[in-house]
Design a protein around this ligand. Structure first.
Ligand code: GTP
Ligand code: MG
Length: 170
C-alpha cells in the first residue's frame, strides 16, 4: 500500500552556494537574483510522491556564514537526509562541502541519505569544479551527486525525488 513518510532534511554548505535558492525553487517554483543571506536557519516543507510512498520533507535551510556553524548540529541531528551544496564556479565552496561531508560522517546519523549538489550549473563558462572530480569523490564517500541550477530549475525536483526514493521505508 501507499506509505506516508515524514523526513527531516537539512541543507548545508558555504555562504552563497545557493541553499536557499534551491529550496525556494523546490517549494515555490521561484528564483530571485538577489536572495538574502540566511540568518540562523529557515524552515519549509514540501511533499513528493514516489512510486510507493508520499514523502513530506521537513526542510531546514541553514545559514552558511561561519558564525552560525555551531548551530548546525541542531539541524542535522535526527535528519533522515542532507543536501550538501557547493557552487561549481567556486573551488572554496567545494572544499567547504567536503568538510561538511566529514562532519556528517563523524557526527551525523549513519543512515542519513546524503546528496551532494553542484549548484549554479547554468554558469558553465565560470566553472571551476569539474563533474569528474566530484563524481569520483562522491563515489568514494557513498554520496549521490547531481549538478543543479536553482536559476533554470535543472535537476532541482530531481535531487529531492532521488532522496525520497532512497529513504528507508518504515
Ligand atoms: P547563505 O544563506 O548565505 O548560506 O547562502 P545560500 O547558500 O542560501 O545562497 P543563496 O540561495 O542565498 O544564493 C546566493 C546567490 O547565488 C544569490 O544571489 C542567488 O541568486 C545566486 N544563485 C543561487 N543559485 C543559483 C543558480 O543556480 N544559478 C545562478 N546563476 N545563481 C544562483
Ligand atoms: Mg541561504
Amino acid at each position: 500500500g501507499n506509505k506516508n513518510i515524514n523526513a527531516k532534511l537539512v541543507l548545508l554548505g558555504d555562504v552563497g552556494a545557493g541553499k536557499s535558492s534551491l529550496v525556494l525553487r523546490f517549494v515555490k517554483g521561484q528564483f530571485v537574483e538577489f536572495q538574502e543571506s540566511t540568518i540562523g536557519a529557515a524552515f519549509f516543507s514540501q511533499t513528493v510522491a514516489v512510486n510507493d510512498a508520499t514523502v513530506k520533507f521537513e526542510i531546514w535551510d541553514t545559514a552558511g556564514q561561519e558564525r552560525y556553524h555551531s548551530l548546525a548540529p541542531m539541524y542535522y541531528r535526527g535528519a533522515a537526509a542532507a543536501i550538501i551544496v557547493y557552487d561549481i564556479t567556486n573551488q572554496a565552496s567545494f572544499e567547504r562541502a567536503k568538510k561538511w561531508v566529514q562532519e556528517l560522517q563523524s557526527q551525523g546519523n549513519p543512515n542519513m541519505v546524503t546528496a551532494l549538489a553542484g549548484n549554479k550549473a547554468d554558469l558553465l563558462d565560470a566553472r571551476k569544479v569539474t563533474s569528474e572530480a566530484t563524481n569520483k569523490y562522491a563515489q568514494e564517500n557513498g554520496l549521490f551527486f547531481m549538478e543543479t541550477s536553482a536559476k533554470t530549475a535543472s535537476n532541482v525536483n530531481d535531487i529531492f525525488y532521488e532522496i525520497a526514493k532512497r529513504l528507508p521505508r518504515a
